[in-house]
Design a protein around this ligand. Structure first.
Ligand SMILES: Nc1ncnc2c1ncn2[C@@H]1O[C@H](COP(=O)(O)OP(=O)(O)O)[C@@H](O)[C@H]1O
Ligand SMILES: [Mg+2]
Length: 279
């Protein structure tokens, strides 16, 4: 559904996205996981035609992405990193406005808006002015807005940054049911557990480069499914990875300091390959 072929984006001498190749099959839920400055937003901006790759090309549903590809715009939905809502308008009015942009006939738009407001649980506050919404509510409205044209492909740039835990879980549920409806979803995040919990494939991104791209399970298996974490003699945390709990236990017999044995996380994978934490 999405093909990113040798895409690089340079700003002057600086390479924000470096020779990225990704193929995302229809119906999959894909995460771009990386710390701030990794190049996630830059890649998303190229995917939606807001920025032009310096080299390489992007195809969505076999159509080349570029700024004026209106056919493509009709089939994608976007939840940007920063709010794209009209603060003066009410919740419902924001959606009416979006429906107009897509020239959806009034009656049909009204039905669609009712359905979306139910879906993101904002129906009860549809008449509230947008600037009076909490961060979580705004994000849910942005998701509803992205869905107004019934897109097959949805891009979400850090959809749960800066919102409380309960709203985050609600948004995760919304995203999961979008996946169930067969949509192709690409999200960027710097929350490990978000990528791990939601997505069936994850790409690890650092300094503009994708250095691994697989299912969360396979990425963890790369290191070993169990992690032994301990404080060494020099007061530094050390990590050792093992294929089984048993092997980790055997190794731990020789450790004199405090240790824990736990399941390997995507954070371990990221840290191991970059020497950098994601958050
Ligand atoms: N328009 C721009 N001009 C120059 N540098 C940019 C521009 N946009 C992004 N960058 C740089 O590219 C890098 C990647 O940024 P970004 O894609 O926003 O990362 P992320 O979304 O992963 O936090 C950063 O170092 C950022 O400063
Ligand atoms: Mg970003």
């Amino acid at each position: 559904m999405i093909e990113i072929k040798g895409v690089t984006k340079k700003y002057g001498n600086f390479t924000a996205v470096d020779n990225v190749d990704i193929r995302i099959p229809r119906g999959s839920f894909f995460a771009l996981l990386g710390p701030n400055g990794a190049g996630k937003t830059t890649l998303i901006r190229m995917l939606i035609g807001l920025a032009k790759p310096s080299t390489g090309e992007i195809l969505i549903n076999n159509m080349k992405v570029h700024r004026n590809n209106n056919k493509l715009k009709k089939m994608i939905g976007i939840v940007p990193q920063y709010t794209n809502l009209d603060k003066e308008l009410t919740v419902r009015e924001n959606l009416i406005f979006s429906a107009k942009i897509f020239k959806i006939p009034r009656r049909k738009a009204s039905e669609k808006i009712d359905q979306l407001l139910e879906f993101v649980e904002l129906k009860e506050i549809e008449d509230r002015e947008t600037n009076k919404l909490s961060g979580g509510m705004k994000r849910k409205l942005m998701i509803a807005k992205a869905l107004i044209n019934d897109p097959q492909v949805i891009f979400l740039d850090e959809p749960t940054v800066g919102i409380d835990l309960n709203s985050r879980r609600k948004i995760w549920d919304i995203l999961k049911s979008m996946k169930k409806q067969g949509k192709t979803i690409l999200l960027t995040t710097h929350y490990i557990e978000e990528a791990d919990y939601l997505c069936n494939s994850v790409s690890l991104m650092n300094n503009g480069r994708i250095f691994y791209y697989d299912t969360p399970e396979n990425l963890k298996r790369l290191l070993g499914e169990y992690t032994l974490e301990y404080f060494n003699q020099e007061d530094k945390t050390e990590y050792k990875y093992f294929e089984s709990m048993e092997e980790a236990r055997i190794y731990s017999n020789n450790i004199k300091t405090e240790f824990t044995i736990r399941k390997t996380t995507l954070e371990d994978v990221f840290y191991n390959f970059t020497n950098r934490k994601v958050i």
